[in-house]
Design a protein around this ligand. Sequence first.
Ligand code: PLP
Length: 389
Amino acid sequence: MEITAIPGAREMFSLDPEVIQLNHGSYGAVPVEVQERQSELRAEMERAPDRFFARLPARLAVARERVAAFLNSSGNSSGAAFVANATEGVAVALESVPLAAGDEILYTDHGYAAVERALRRRAGESGARLVRVALGDDPVAAVLGGVTARTRLAVLDHVSSAGARLLPVARLAGELAARDVVSVVDGAHAPGMLPVDLDAVNADFWVGNLHKWAFAPRPAALLHVAPHWRGRVRPLVVSYGDGFPDAVEFQGTRDYTALLAAPYGLDLLERLGLDRVRAHNTALAAYGQRVVAESLHEAGLCADAPQATGHPGVPMRVVRLASGLGTTKAEADALCAEILDRLGCQIKVEPVGLLRLSAQIYNTREDYDRLAAGLPDVLRTRRALLRTI
Ligand SMILES: Cc1ncc(COP(=O)(O)O)c(C=O)c1O
């Protein structure tokens, strides 16, 4: 696949020139022009705090409308609320859906670890039982195979963190609704990365981060709620806001400038050309996966054959490390730190033995070539060290 660079992309960001950032997927990166818009909003807040907060609800509604339209949520902005991040959005959904002893909550082996913790707490409090299904090769069969007469709620990733897997969430939400199961979609990675169509997904709850692939400042996310749930949404913090979305969105005095600046990230993406950005990023991620997997395979440090595996439109790819490497959180963190220290590359190691690479417009082929060239040596050292422990 051809990789067509976007001229001047690197200069649009304020990333440390000493570090090759190959982990856009974790925290995103905010383009300088969006940082500037947020600084202006903060300056405005400091010039006249009362005026700023008096105007805030109306301005949030305008920003929300723009983001909701970008994600194709039809009609108006009242079906969605800004939240800080995906973790918070999932927590609001879990708080809102009544659960009782004996109910089942379904989730998958690809779910995000922090979300799994939230599920554990909710299950513990309500007496509901957690049912974890392995996605395997057929996610629809796996999820629907885990549904029983007691399943009340299912939490699914739109794009998973560890495996960078794209799930057919529209199909699954429809099938779950037909079985009377409430769907909660963790779309942390989806905005900006994929052409999201919330009307088509039609989940009960869907939340997506804007600060990962949509170039928004942190923290910024949108929680979309189906009409029949809007009257029953329970905000995590009770403040002045009444009803949905205000009660969820207004959580007292805090910094709302990331949310107000989120539309500028979308403006930039659209100016650059969404198709162009997406084509660049997915092709580059595939390139990165190939060169890294080939290099590790040659060195006997890769668990898979070096063929390309990945999901259409997802600019994150994984390489499975040889057995024993990166399989605990401590080891994964130590490996990341060593790769950063020795190669100057910031990558993500998911503590299931997966090295995850992201691609964004500021990346080039050379970034992945550098990682591919130096990685075998780092992994050999790490493996030798593990054997002596
Ligand atoms: C699938 C998934 N869900 C949730 C999150 C959490 O995002 P946040 O920390 O912004 O809430 C992430 C972050 O990487 C993620 O990948």
